[in-house]
Design a binder for this molecule. Sequence first.
Ligand code: SF4
Ligand code: SF4
Length: 360
Amino acid sequence: MYELPKERLSTTDQAGRRIHLYPASVKGYFRDRKRYVHGFLLIVFLTLPWIHVSGRQLLLLDVAHREFFFFGLHFRAHDAPLILFLLLGFTFGIGLVTAIWGRVWCGWACPQTVFIEFLFRRIERLVEGSHRAQRALDERPLDSEKMMKKGLKWFLFVVVSLGISHSFLGYFVGTRELVRMVSSSPLENWTSFLMILVTTGIIAFDFGWFREQFCTIMCPYGRFQSVMMDNHSTIVAYDLKRGEPRRGTAPSPSAQGDCVNCLRCVQVCPTGIDIRRGLQMECIACTACIDACDEVMTKVDKPLGLIRYTTERELAGKKTKNVREYSAANPSRAWAQARERAPTPARGRQGLPRPPKGCA
Ligand code: SF4
Ligand code: SF4
């Protein structure tokens, strides 16, 4: 039975070189809802800089003139200390949201997820076909068909990236100024022109090629989110008690758990992990494995939710709390509480606990 490597990321080989992922598409409850949310966020991002009220752009961060227009409010350079409160509020907000709902931001609202899932992967599937067709195309030698498909895909990626970078620039220079710039020679606005070129290049590179590498290697939120979560936080998790021993590892068919070991959850994962190994830093809580496993459970006539939104406490049969008390007056007690509530690390990675006997 195929197994992902346990001692390294599944997106790198022994020498640390990248292994390209081809996540399969999935249908289901969360996929449908995510499409609405991603579509809505995309519309907001693209239309917001074009909305003007009383002659003022609704949201404008005019760095060159040191002015900031925020839904009718007008801030100038001397209001800059207010940014401190904004940043503090943002930091507190993201900490609170992560402590309660885990990585809901990553799966539902992060621009990396929204643009890749809603636009770039769709273009890729439209031009190159399914995940199998994409892999086959990459593996075959360069011929006219491959050149044509790759050329068309990257042409569309660049067009979309140009649209995103122009919209992005509209938040900083204003959309009226943007229209003026676009209709005049680049030499008259060479700084903005250069900014557009660089931003377009970064967007096309990141959303078109770098993708999950950004989440697993570079994203700072991905690195420190584990310290903001505990075993009460909502996570996407596999129900080990219900699923194990999975098919092929049980001593007898009657002892077998609900997991049929089809690897469909791995096939659809955009970061290439096996959620059955427990909570992992690479999991962006995108819910694709929930939909994939529910599809399988429906086919084998078992209850849905073998992989689901849950908490570690719920999986252990305990009550989950949204409000958790930590003893501020007693730091050592607070530290002990935090350690006790820390999420369980992934099973099977080098230096971490191995799965129980009988579980791969
Ligand atoms: S999709 Fe579900 S049944 Fe299939 S391997 Fe994953 S957890 Fe097991
Ligand atoms: S494990 Fe599931 S939720 Fe996490 S990134 Fe992979 S598919 Fe998404």
